[in-house]
Design a binder for this molecule. Sequence first.
Ligand SMILES: Cc1ncc(C[n+]2csc(CCOP(=O)(O)OP(=O)(O)O)c2C)c(N)n1
Length: 280
Amino acid sequence: MGLSDSEVAALKLKAHQIRRKTIETVVWAGGGHLGGALSQVEILVVLYYHFLNIDPRRPDWPDRDRVVLSKGHGGGGDAPLLADRGYFSEELLKEFNHTGSPFGMHLDRLKVRGVDASTGSLGHGLPMAVGMALGSRLKGATWRTYCILGDGECNEGSVWEAAMAAGHFRLGTLTAIVDRNRLCIDGPTEEIMALEPLADKWRAFGWVVTGVDGHDFRELAGAIEIARQSTERPTVIIARTVKGKGVDFMENQAAWHYGGLDSERAALALKSIDRHSDIA
Ligand SMILES: Cc1ncc(C[n+]2csc(CCOP(=O)(O)OP(=O)(O)O)c2C)c(N)n1
């Protein structure tokens, strides 16, 4: 069943709040991976506020769905969402990436409640997610595993080794979502190391493949529903996104992969986010 109008409106409002909080967190941190933190927002929001079977009061609940943010540099955008979802106090975000705080630039599962895998070294998340999905099967459990990858990250050979294993083991409970913003750290993915035809590559490894507008909640939710119905094969959702989404001067700019914001720039960014959002 698709999302209702009121569900879409609630998710849009959440995405708006998370984008704003991401800017604030990066200001407190003194810098951060803004471009990719802003492109992944709707992907994380639709998972955490619509699909995931989780209980933030019990982050270690064995039957919880697992999420691996394989593009671990998106942690500056993930942390505000985990705080909003109730895993820890928003106050803690003011110390993001400060010495002695629970947060490094990349989230550590031993220090931050709600994080299922420590990531940051690209190419390691999908292998961990494959292990989690296999674990679910071996235990006869019901949890599903979701793994969010960067597209530039797909240059890593370990991604394809894991993709091959997931296809071989027919891991129907595993869903990968590629944040296909077409930019890597310093330029276009297709110039650095071409990924296309990306869908064909995943298909060749035995995955069900869907492609969606990664900022459209209805399309994302539809694709996740398809993934949940696939019991025999893993599913990858190639989510077409915009790096820096919502902030005019960051959109589609590789230079904003990582950056800092003084108070003037931060105010401009927040204004842009307000202007772009179509919340009711
Ligand atoms: C193994 C490894 N090599 C290099 C880096 C440095 N690095 C951090 S982010 C990044 C670019 C990632 O691009 P992409 O996956 O497209 O992420 P997004 O555009 O979504 O931010 C790189 C190369 C890293 N974190 N890990």
